[in-house]
Every structure is written in structure tokens, then in C-alpha cells.
Design a protein around this ligand. Structure first.
Ligand code: ARG
Length: 493
């Protein structure tokens, strides 16, 4: 591919070690698409005739079908059905089939030469692998963003259906992991919907910056042919060509942003996983883990372990690791392309695979959760979770809040000493602490009243939560419509 200026053969070990084909073979569909777009662009510049272009495009289609051919061959020799052929098996076969290929770009060129002969050698006119890898990675990240958005929407739908079926069930909320105030179970679920919606918008936003086409940037300074870069950008469904060739060939901020968005998403999912792990313990008993998503212990026969949620917590660490790896690779790289960038591929693939794995189980797991609403309500009714509502009651009677806080603190102390909840105290007992207590006090601190006194936007009052749920459901529907719209646009295009 580049041996012309060399007189000495490469060190064998070094030569093997510097290859990226064992990793980047999975960019094949993107490399084929980008090469086809480049072919159209150089044809328009007069480098290929229309017959040559046609032949090149057909050849590239054939090269793009190599994985299918390998799946077919593997299943024919193993007797396993074709769909059972794993991506790893196919990758290993492709990599083994092309021992000379240094990377995916080299592989496609070699295979294209096998398909269409020396015409293939014209394809590299006016381009560089530096712009190719930047383009392939953008295509890969864009595809993974779309898949993640879809999975995330499924998870949001699952959370919304849990929120809906929870109705007006209550549970304790916690601060410092100590019981704080009662909230609706739906309110808790909607907290995760809020997080997931921000993750969604972060990915949608990152996609805007990913969706620009480096083709035509050349090795660093721009192509040496007068190419119409819009041709390639349009062929690949990019919004526009990238504006600067040095930047386009050497920055990977789009990949880092993608990893950051996934890391944040992973972080939210991990908090959810941690809460479920905790709430499924005998100590909390707020939910029974679905058996089909749990595992047993080989030692202790009674165990049902939350492996799914634990593994999800672990995967989140891995996603954050990607951000650190990519940022560390990029940091301090002089402009423009440096081979260090090749090292960034693996973490990006790993993050994409990790989130795809998590989102392949999370929505159905979430849907199958069964809460023990009785236990949750029981926990919300004990432990003085209505103390804040009690203090608020006094403020409605004109007592300044600081004072009310102190009075209720003393009442709680008294109740603790007598092993009673606040609502079990008699009016005469209460009035020892403040004359403002009267007959309406017990209604004001009932579980329902304690919930409903949080009647602010974003609060847990029943009507507010109902409203929030409806709004979240219509946002989900709107996202669904956009998706159908964009899918039909692609189909009709
Ligand atoms: N395999 C290389 C990578 O992933 C492709 C670009 C190679 N460019 C170069 N100048 N060596 O980064």
C-alpha cells in the first residue's frame, strides 16, 4: 500500500503488531459505503467514467457481502444454522482470509482488486486513509447513537408503564439513605425518566456534530483534486462536509462525546440498578426479582441473586473507562493525524457493544419488575415520615417554620419515647408542645395528605405526578412519531 519509498522490509513482529485489521474489520460496511461515496465524487471530477464508476460500485457491493459469504461457509462446514454464526466467528474468518491486510482500508482495496482488477487502484485517487478512518468512525458512532436512542426509548417506555401501573402507591424516599418523606412510586420511576430523557437529548445533540463528512479532507491539507465534497456527504446521509481538513482528519471529539454521553447514561442506569439491588434485599423487601433475570448460588441453595443489576453496575464502570481511555489518547496529540488515533477504535467499539448489551436486557427486565406495594406503603407509614407535613401544618397556623421545626422535633422525641407514631398521639399530648394543634391535625398528617401537600410543579402530590406522567407519555409518543417519520424518509429516499 505504501512500500514504494522503502528498501528494507519491515520487521515481521512490528508489522503484525501495528495492524488494526483484527479490530477494525467490523468497519467494513462503513468503509464500503464511504468508498462508494468517494467513487461517486471522483467520477464527478472526471477520474472515473460512468462505466468505471458502475463497475467500482458493483465491486464494492460484492466486497461488502464478504461477511454473509463467510457466515454461509462457516455454517456449511459446521452444520450450525447460518444465524447462529457469531460476529466473532465471521470476524476471525475474514481476518484470517486476508493476512496481508494492514487495516480495513487496505482490505477493501485488496478485495476490490480481486473483484474488478486494476480499476480498483483508481479508487484511492484524491484520498487518504486519514480521512477514511475519520469517516468510518463517524458512520460507526452515528449508527451506534441511533441504536442507543432506540434502546433508550424502550427503557423509557418500560419505566412509564411501571409508573402508570403503580397508580397512587407510596413508598419512602430517602436522603442519606435514611427515610425522608413519602413519595409516590410513580414519582420515583419518573425521576429515572427525567434522567433518561436528558441522556436521550445528549445523544441527539452529539449526533448533530457527528453527522459531518470528512471525505475530501485528504491526508491533512485537503484533497489534491477539485472534488465536490457535497456529493460524498449526501451519499452518506451526512448533513454537510466538515469545514477544516486538519481538524477533520485528526480530532475524535465526536467519539469522546459519544462515550461521555454513554458514560452518563450508564451512570444513571447504574443508580437504578443499585436501588433495585438494595430494595430487593430481605431488609427492604420492596420487590421480588424476576426469576428469569436472576441467578442462583452454587453453594447456598436458598439464594436468588441480582446478577443482572450487579452486572449493569459493573458495565457502567467500563463505559466511564472508555471516556478516560479516549481522552488520554487524544490529550497532547499534535495536529493532525497520528497513529495513536488507531488505538481509539477498540474503546469506541467496546462502549457501543457494552451499551447495546445493557439495553438488550434492561427494558424487558424493567417491565417485569413486581413491586411489593404493601411493604413500600408500610415503610412509608412508619418512622415519622410525616414530620415535615406536621411542621407545615403548624406554619399554616401561623407558627414560623423554624419554631414549628423545633416543636415537631420535640413531639417526635416524645413519640419515640412512648413508642408511637405521630398520628397515634392524642390532641392533649400534642397541645403540651403547642396550643396551635387542633382537631384537623391528624388529617393533615395522613399518608395521603403528606403526599399531597407537595403540591408544586415537580413535587410528589398525586395530581402533579399524574400530570407529569401524562406529559412524559406524550413526549415519548412524539419521539416515536419522529422515529417513524425519519424511518419512512429513509425508506422513501
Ligand atoms: N488504520 C489507521 C487508523 O486506524 C488508518 C489511518 C492510517 N493512516 C496513516 N497515515 N498511517 O488510524
Amino acid at each position: 500500500m505504501w512500500s514504494g519509498r522503502f528498501r528494507e522490509p519491515l520487521d515481521r513482529t512490528f508489522e503484525q503488531w501495528q495492524r488494526s485489521f483484527p479490530v477494525d474489520w467490523r468497519l467494513l460496511p462503513h468503509e464500503v459505503a464511504a468508498s462508494s461515496a468517494h467513487a461517486r465524487m471522483i467520477a464527478a471530477a472526471g477520474v472515473l467514467t460512468s462505466e468505471e464508476l458502475e463497475k467500482t460500485l458493483q465491486g464494492l457491493i460484492a466486497v461488502g457481502q464478504r461477511p454473509d459469504n463467510w457466515a454461509h461457509r462457516i455454517s456449511a462446514t459446521s452444520g450450525e444454522p447460518e444465524y447462529a454464526t457469531s460476529t466473532q466467528q465471521i470476524g476471525a474468518a475474514i481476518v484470517a482470509s486476508a493476512p496481508q491486510a494492514e487495516d480495513i482500508h487496505h482490505y477493501v482495496e485488496l478485495e476490490l482488486t480481486r473483484e474488478i482488477g486494476s480499476l480498483a487502484l483508481k479508487l484511492h485517487t484524491g484520498r487518504s486513509r486519514n480521512e477514511q478512518i475519520a469517516t468510518d468512525m463517524r458512520l460507526f458512532v452515528r449508527e451506534s447513537i441511533d441504536a442507543t436512542l432506540f434502546g433508550l426509548e424502550q427503557w423509557i417506555a418500560a419505566l412509564l408503564s411501571l409508573a402508570e401501573s403503580a397508580g397512587d402507591s407510596v413508598m419512602p424516599s430517602y436522603t442519606h439513605l435514611q427515610r425522608a418523606e413519602p413519595v409516590l412510586v410513580a414519582h420515583w420511576m419518573l425521576a429515572y425518566v427525567s434522567m433518561a430523557e436528558r441522556d436521550h437529548s445528549r445523544l441527539v445533540d452529539a449526533r448533530i456534530r457527528v453527522n459531518l463528512c470528512p471525505l475530501g479532507s485528504g491526508a491533512v491539507a485537503g484533497a489534491t483534486l477539485a472534488l465536490d465534497r457535497h456529493i460524498a456527504a449526501e451519499a452518506l446521509n451526512f448533513d454537510a462536509p466538515t469545514p477544516n481538513s486538519m481538524d477533520a482528519t485528526s480530532d475524535r471529539d465526536f467519539a469522546i462525546e459519544f462515550a461521555q454521553a454513554l458514560s452518563m447514561l450508564g451512570l444513571h442506569i447504574s443508580r437504578f440498578a443499585e436501588e433495585l439491588t438494595l430494595y430487593s434485599t430481605a431488609e427492604f423487601g420492596f420487590l421480588d426479582l424476576p426469576e428469569r433475570f436472576s441467578t442462583g448460588s452454587s453453594a447456598m441453595p436458598q439464594k436468588k441473586n441480582p446478577d443482572l443489576t450487579e452486572l449493569i453496575r459493573g458495565k457502567c464502570g467500563r463505559l466511564t473507562g472508555t471516556v478516560v481511555a479516549l481522552s488520554t489518547i487524544m490529550k497532547g496529540l499534535p495536529l493532525a493525524y497520528n497513529k495513536d488515533l488507531q488505538e481509539g477504535q477498540e474503546p469506541v467499539f467496546d462502549a457501543a457493544d457494552t451499551i447495546a448489551g445493557v439495553l438488550s436486557v434492561l427494558p424487558s427486565f424493567t417491565r417485569s419488575l413486581k413491586f411489593r406495594f404493601d411493604k413500600m406503603a408500610g415503610a412509608a407509614e412508619t418512622g415519622y415520615l410525616n414530620a415535615m407535613a406536621a411542621a407545615t401544618y403548624l406554619t399554616h397556623k401561623g407558627v414560623p417554620f423554624r419554631k414549628a421545626h423545633e416543636i415537631i422535633g420535640n413531639v417526635v422525641r416524645f413519640a419515640l419515647e412512648h413508642d408511637k407514631e405521630l398520628h397515634a398521639l392524642r390532641l392533649d399530648e400534642l397541645q403540651m408542645f403547642a396550643p396551635e394543634f387542633s382537631l384537623d391535625f391528624h388529617d393533615a398528617i395522613s399518608l395521603r395528605a403528606t403526599i399531597d401537600c407537595h403540591d408544586v410543579m415537580g413535587g410528589t402530590a398525586t395530581a402533579r405526578v399524574k400530570q407529569s406522567l401524562t406529559e412524559a407519555q406524550s413526549r415519548a409518543k412524539a419521539r416515536d412519531l419522529t422515529r417513524h417519520h425519519s424511518v419512512s424518509e429513509v425508506v422513501n429516499a
